[in-house]
Ligand binder design. Structure first.
Ligand code: HEM
Length: 166
């Protein structure tokens, strides 16, 4: 518990430093304050799970892992704007169901720009610039891409691959 609070305070310090140096746009700052507030609340009151902000249960996709083999143009529908569809994003050529992270990627989340998007570049270089929401890997290290794929594989369900040539 003390370690978690200490880690949280460290992250807040980094956030404050970045904001003070104008390294972080105000929108990103607001977003991360929300994330950290939720996180601190979850430490202080672990039983008060944020069920109210959780998305409604989605269809069980585990039996059809390639159900969402989609073209980028098809992927664009999966932003969470339609509550009947999961929230998907693509990184490293895979498609992940990030509905469980709706507080990040949903229509009012800080990272909504990544929902429904093939955004390997932005995620791998840590950019919120809409121009980086693509799979152009010029100047992007293989390790950075692999790190992102690992992060999403560990946390979310892989539900398909991004179709090309469509
Ligand atoms: C000083 C800058 C930043 C700090 C300190 C920061 C910190 C954080 C924290 C604490 C979380 C919550 C993690 C969790 O609860 O699991 C988070 C989530 C996230 N951040 Fe940032 N962030 C920063 C900038 C950025 C930028 C520039 C991007 C652009 C790619 C980004 C992308 C993300 C994404 C995609 C998530 C959600 C990950 C998930 O699905 O769990 N962050 N960030």
């Amino acid at each position: 518990m003390i370690l978690k609070i200490s880690a949280t305070l460290s992250i807040l310090t980094v956030l404050l430093a970045a904001y003070a140096k104008h390294a972080m746009p105000p929108a990103v700052w607001d977003a991360h304050v929300t994330i950290m507030t939720d996180y601190v609340n979850s430490i202080i009151s672990p039983t008060s799970s944020p069920a109210s902000s959780s998305p409604p249960p989605k269809e069980n996709l585990s039996s059809s892992p390639s159900k969402y083999d989609l073209c980028p143009s098809e992927l664009a529908a999966y932003t969470g704007a339609d509550p009947d569809l999961p929230i998907l994003l693509s990184v490293g050529g895979y498609i992940f169901d990030v509905s469980a992270g709706a507080k990040f990627y949903g229509p009012s989340g800080p990272y909504k720009i990544f929902a429904g998007c093939a955004c390997t570049r932005a995620l791998s270089i840590g950019s919120m610039d809409p121009e980086d929401r693509n799979d152009n890997l010029e100047g992007v290290s293989k390790e950075a891409v692999e790190g992102q794929v690992k992060f999403y594989t560990d946390k979310y369900e892989k539900v398909g691959t991004l179709k090309k040539d469509c």
